[in-house]
Design a protein around this ligand. Structure first.
Ligand code: GTP
Length: 332
């Protein structure tokens, strides 16, 4: 089965990290987010992914230059201008005349895609949406359904306290070719605001399945950090990154690292290949990227230090993301 992955957005809420690296290629616990997503899709029988690109396409082209990720074939299309979610899907689906799985390229999840496809088949649906439950749905598209899962409405960003349900669109869909054909070619169209609501005009076409699987939209700095903590905490299984070994309880290491004998590491921590932790440094609940350095006496707490970055001697990094190759040091 083929998947279309929407990765064309600018990721404005994660600037400045996304000025040079598109959001789907930012690492989550030292693995580019999109690789985690493709691994998840591969587990559910997806053997070809079409990336719907727009912003910084050359970064994806370089990353997937071989056209493969493991056993999966990788293709991409590049939008000349942002086409929105449905426009992006329609453009990527040109030439595809079979059922596809579609997902947003910024949702970390272990949703059961196999179960979603089964649910879709059992109802002979034209489109099926995965739903996840959130405490505050006011920033999301809320999707009330009948008992059997048939969608009854779409409520975009309901005011706090006024949502008909806490179940929101999780950004993973199964779509039949008939839905793909209905997306007007090369126009800016939103699937959640236009395509899906229009399908409610006739009954028994659009369904949604409720899921309690892990789900997190990584699109804000707070959520980006939360995703790393969840992966380190084993919420998506362990080890937190392929090949990482447990050096001590909750302390994970990839490849060769350099840890000073009096440095303090407090779980959960992941150190990437070539990471260096200096004398007397204290690192807790954090990810230290490949080739990154925490200099002597520095303290890193609930933070993400990306590849090649440095936290200067005796500095404190608390609840921060240090961009790749940056140096964190107080001025003056
Ligand atoms: P913000 O600018 O911070 O809102 O992030 P974003 O650009 O990623 O937008 P948003 O989180 O709403 O997008 C959800 C998913 O759809 C992401 O995976 C985006 O990459 C993708 N996306 C958003 N707009 C487009 C688009 O116009 N074309 C394509 N191909 N993908 C899009």
């Amino acid at each position: 089965m083929k998947a279309i992955v929407l990765v064309g957005g600018e990721g404005t809420r994660l600037r400045p990290l996304t000025y040079h690296t598109p959001k789907p290629l930012l690492p989550i616990a030292n693995v580019p987010f999109l690789e985690r997503q493709l691994t998840w899709l591969g587990r559910h029988g997806i053997d070809e992914a079409v990336l719907s690109l727009g912003y910084l396409p050359e970064a994806f082209e370089a990353h997937f230059a071989s056209g493969r990720f493991g056993d999966m074939r990788i293709r991409w299309v590049i939008e000349k201008e942002p086409l929105g979610t449905a426009g992006g899907i329609g453009f990527a689906a040109e030439g595809i005349d079979e059922r596809v799985v579609v997902c947003n390229g910024d949702v970390l999840t272990d949703l059961d895609v196999t179960g979603l496809v089964r649910f879709h088949d059992e109802r002979a649906a034209e489109a099926t949406i995965a739903l996840t439950r959130v405490e505050d749905p006011s920033a999301f598209g809320v999707v009330p359904t009948r008992e059997d899962g048939e969608v009854v409405a779409f409520v975009e960003k309901p005011p706090p306290g006024r949502a008909p349900t806490n179940w929101i669109n999780a950004g993973t869909y199964v779509l039949e070719p008939s839905v793909l054909r209905r997306i007007p070619p090369r126009l800016t169209v939103s699937i959640e605001r236009e395509t899906f609501p229009r399908m409610l005009d006739s009954p028994r076409r659009l369904f949604a399945q409720h899921s309690d699987a892990y789900w997190l939209d990584i699109g804000t700095p707070r959520k980006y950090a939360e995703a790393q903590a969840d992966v380190l905490g084993g919420k998506l299984g362990l080890p937190p990154a392929p090949g990482a070994r447990e050096h001590d309880s909750g302390i994970w290491v990839q490849g060769d690292v350099d840890i000073a004998s009096d440095a303090r590491l407090r779980a959960a921590v992941l150190l990437g290949t070539g990471a260096r932790i200096g004398a007397g440094a204290d690192v807790a609940e954090s990810v230290i990227g490949p080739g990154a350095t925490v200099e002597s006496g520095a303290r890193v707490l609930r933070s993400v230090v990306l590849a090649g970055a440095r936290v200067a001697a005796d500095e404190k990094a608390v609840d921060v993301v240090v961009a790749a190759d940056a140096r964190l040091e107080c001025a003056g």
